[in-house]
Design a protein around this ligand. Structure first.
Ligand code: FES
Length: 311
C-alpha cells in the first residue's frame, strides 16, 4: 500500500472533483503510463479505481478525477464529501488495462468523467508530437471537466467538445470520422452508451485498433444465469429476459423508457421498484435495506420464477 496525501482538491465541473495526491513521505511515486488508474482506499473503506489524468512523466504526483454518483452510497461520495486537503489516503500502485500502443495517429473519444485517462493520453501524445483528434462528449458546459486545459493550448491535437443537452437527437455523429478506416488507433472511455456507439461505427475497422476502457466493476453475467420473465405491473405486460441480456435491455426492447447512465451497477440511475421475485442483486449501489424492494435493472437478475417490476 502507498501512503498518499491530498495536496490539492478542486471542483472540475458539476459533481466532478480533481485530487492531486503525493507521497506522504515526499518520495518519488511508482510510475504509471497513460490510460492507467489508481486503486484508492476511500474514506468509507472500499477500494475504487480512479483514472489518472496527469502526464506520467510527473513522478511526484498522481492526479485523479472523481465523479459524485448521487445515488451511490460508497466510495466516490466519501472521497468527495469526507476529505480535505492534507488528509491521507492509502492506494495500491497504479495499474493499466488501457495502455497506449505506438501508432501513426490517434482518435481519442471521451464521455463525462472518461476524459481523465484520455487527457493523460493527450498530454503524452502532445509531448511525443503525434497527431491526434480528441472528441469529448458531455451533456452541458457545466458538466464538462478540464475545458480550461483542453482550450489552453497545453495539449495539441484537433479538439472537439460536444454537448448534447441530454437530447438523443443531438448526440455526436461519429460516422464521418470512421467511415473510411485509417491507420489511427482509437481510444474510447465513457458511459456504456457512448462506447456501444463507437463499437457500432467501428465494426469495419481492425479490431486491434479499437481500445475501450471498461472497468467492469460488476460481473453482469454469470455461468449459472437462467432466462426469466419480468412482469411490468403498470401495463400487465410480460417480457422475457434471455441469458446474456439485461433486464434494462429487455424492458427497453419492449418499448418501455427507463433512465440509465453507467449501465454497470454503479451509478444508481436505473433504480426500479420491484413488487415480487427472487432478485439476485449484482450492483454496488443499493443499501441492504433497499434490496427488499429496489433493484438496479442494468445488472441484477432473477431466478426462473422471474420478477414483477413497478413499471
Ligand atoms: S446503476 Fe447505473 S444505470 Fe444502472
Amino acid at each position: 500500500m502507498l501512503d498518499l496525501v491530498i495536496r490539492g482538491k478542486r471542483a472540475l465541473a458539476e459533481g466532478i472533483f480533481e485530487f492531486e495526491l503525493v507521497a506522504a513521505d515526499g518520495s518519488t511515486l511508482p510510475e504509471f503510463s497513460a490510460g492507467g488508474h489508481l486503486p484508492v482506499e476511500t474514506p468509507s473503506g472500499g477500494m475504487r479505481q480512479y483514472s489518472l489524468s496527469n502526464n506520467p512523466s510527473e513522478r511526484d504526483r498522481y492526479v485523479i478525477g472523481v465523479k459524485l454518483e448521487p445515488e451511490g452510497r460508497g466510495g466516490s461520495r466519501s472521497m468527495i464529501e469526507d476529505t480535505v486537503e492534507g488528509d491521507q489516503l492509502k492506494a495500491l500502485p497504479p495499474e493499466n488495462d488501457f495502455p497506449l500502443v505506438d501508432a501513426p495517429a490517434y482518435i481519442l473519444i471521451a464521455g463525462g468523467i472518461g476524459i481523465t485517462p484520455i487527457l493523460s493520453m493527450a498530454r503524452v501524445l502532445t509531448v511525443r508530437g503525434k497527431p491526434f483528434k480528441l472528441i469529448y462528449c458531455t451533456r452541458s458546459p457545466a458538466l464538462t471537466a478540464y475545458e480550461d486545459v483542453l482550450s489552453s493550448g497545453d495539449v495539441s491535437g484537433e479538439i472537439t467538445i460536444h454537448h448534447d443537452d441530454g437530447d438523443p437527437d443531438k448526440v455526436y455523429d461519429f460516422w464521418d470520422l470512421f467511415e473510411e478506416p485509417s491507420k489511427a488507433h482509437v481510444y474510447c472511455c465513457g458511459p456504456k452508451p457512448l462506447m456501444e456507439e463507437v463499437k457500432g461505427v467501428t465494426g469495419h475497422w481492425p479490431e486491434s485498433a479499437i481500445h475501450f476502457e471498461d472497468f467492469k466493476p460488476v460481473e453482469m453475467f454469470r455461468a449459472a444465469d437462467v432466462a426469466f420473465e419480468v412482469t411490468l405491473a403498470k401495463s400487465g405486460r410480460t417480457v422475457t429476459v434471455p441469458v446474456g441480456t439485461t433486464v434494462l435491455d429487455a424492458v427497453r426492447t419492449a418499448g418501455v423508457k427507463v433512465a440509465s447512465s453507467c449501465e454497470s451497477g454503479t451509478c444508481g440511475t436505473c433504480k426500479t421498484t420491484y413488487l415480487s421475485g427472487n432478485v439476485d442483486h449484482r450492483d454496488l449501489v443499493l443499501m441492504p435495506e433497499e434490496k427488499t424492494d429496489k433493484v438496479m435493472i442494468c445488472v441484477s437478475r432473477a431466478d426462473e420464477g422471474g420478477m414483477v417490476l413497478d413499471l
